[in-house]
Ligand binder design. Sequence first.
Ligand code: ZN
Ligand code: ZN
Length: 173
Amino acid sequence: MPTLFKDLVAENTHPLNLREGVSESEVESWRPARPPLFELYMRMAEELAKRSTCRRLSVGTVITDAHLENVLAIGYNGNVRGFPNDCDAPTPGACGCIHSEMNALVKAPGRERDKVAFVTASPCVMCAKLIAQARISHVYYREAYRDATGVDILRQAGITAVHYDRWKDEWRG
Ligand SMILES: [Zn+2]
Ligand SMILES: [Zn+2]
């Protein structure tokens, strides 16, 4: 029996995206009638990115529980609370801003396992390591950052990393 990927993204092997034991014809004719939850959380991350105060790049992050039922933490990149809403320096890669993923991770409860992260850009090396350390099992990213090392590290750590842009232009307006 084939497996149906409810959002039609075959890389998205999260248990909530799979339906087993369906017929071949059902798989062929299936089309989501409403935005997949994965897409909605990604859009939430995109909205959060608008609050970024970094001059280099705007990134947003949403972390949910394993059931995609609760938002556990949010983040966007910028300076420390109480500091000027600006980068410390214009130096690329060393502007002093806290990365979006880090901002979300410091607020996400450590006891929750198999958390899911939605990020508007694929993570850097250090964020990828922190994501793995924080017991996140799945990472969805909208844009692939030019350096793919972060994604490689996620996969090396056994995390499912999905470039999620299949529904980005649907259900708009
Ligand atoms: Zn910055
Ligand atoms: Zn980072």
